[in-house]
Design a protein around this ligand. Structure first.
Ligand SMILES: [Zn+2]
Length: 184
């Protein structure tokens, strides 16, 4: 993004007090995996945005700042909220752990969060690679064309909209038709 494009675009700030109602509206659209046991904490999986999803596969969330409505990507909103950062318009926010465009799992704990500003992402990816084994939900998105990514994002959101469902999430990420999975 060049200087001209970013001019007039404010950094995204999410204030826990001033934006409390907006945050509640945001969180109602996020589905997390319930914790099972300490060895497999819910903290390890993606948190999935189930609101609007654009043709790029990323979510859309509407906020109002200075009386003007603007649309932001939920993973950027999640980083502003969880990390307490002002997310600049041109700042790259990466899904370091999962590649999942509808994942909004931001967390200040470097071993837990999936989304980070690109300035921190390399170190964190290295740390996390050491700290955890391969997980089935990781890295299922690279190489997808834009339309496929958007379709998969929408399928994933639909899979958890009525509550987290491990089998449904796995089916979308592994591209296995649940009806066929029972054949094996
Ligand atoms: Zn994730």
């Amino acid at each position: 993004m060049n200087r001209q494009e970013s001019a007039g675009r404010e950094a995204l700030v999410v204030d826990p007090e001033a934006h409390a109602r907006e945050i509640a509206r945001f969180l109602r659209r996020v589905v997390r995996r319930p914790a099972t046991d300490a060895a497999d904490p819910a903290a390890m999986t993606c948190a999935i945005w189930t609101g609007a999803i654009g043709d790029d596969g990323y979510g859309r969330f509407s906020v109002t700042r200075d009386g003007r409505e603007r649309t932001v990507k939920p993973h950027r909103y999640a980083v502003a909220l969880a990390l307490g950062l002002a997310v600049e318009a041109g700042q790259v926010i990466e899904h370091v752990v999962c590649d999942n465009p509808v994942c909004v799992h931001a967390d200040p704990d470097p071993m837990v969060g999936h989304i980070w500003p690109s300035t921190q992402s390399e170190n964190l990816a290295r740390m996390q690679a050491k700290g955890r084994g391969q997980r089935w939900w990781l890295r299922r998105w690279s190489g997808l064309a834009r339309a496929e990514r958007a379709e998969r994002s929408r399928q994933l959101a639909a899979a958890v909209r009525d509550g987290w469902d491990d089998d449904a999430v796995r089916a979308v990420l592994l591209r296995i038709d649940p009806a066929q999975a029972t054949l094996f």
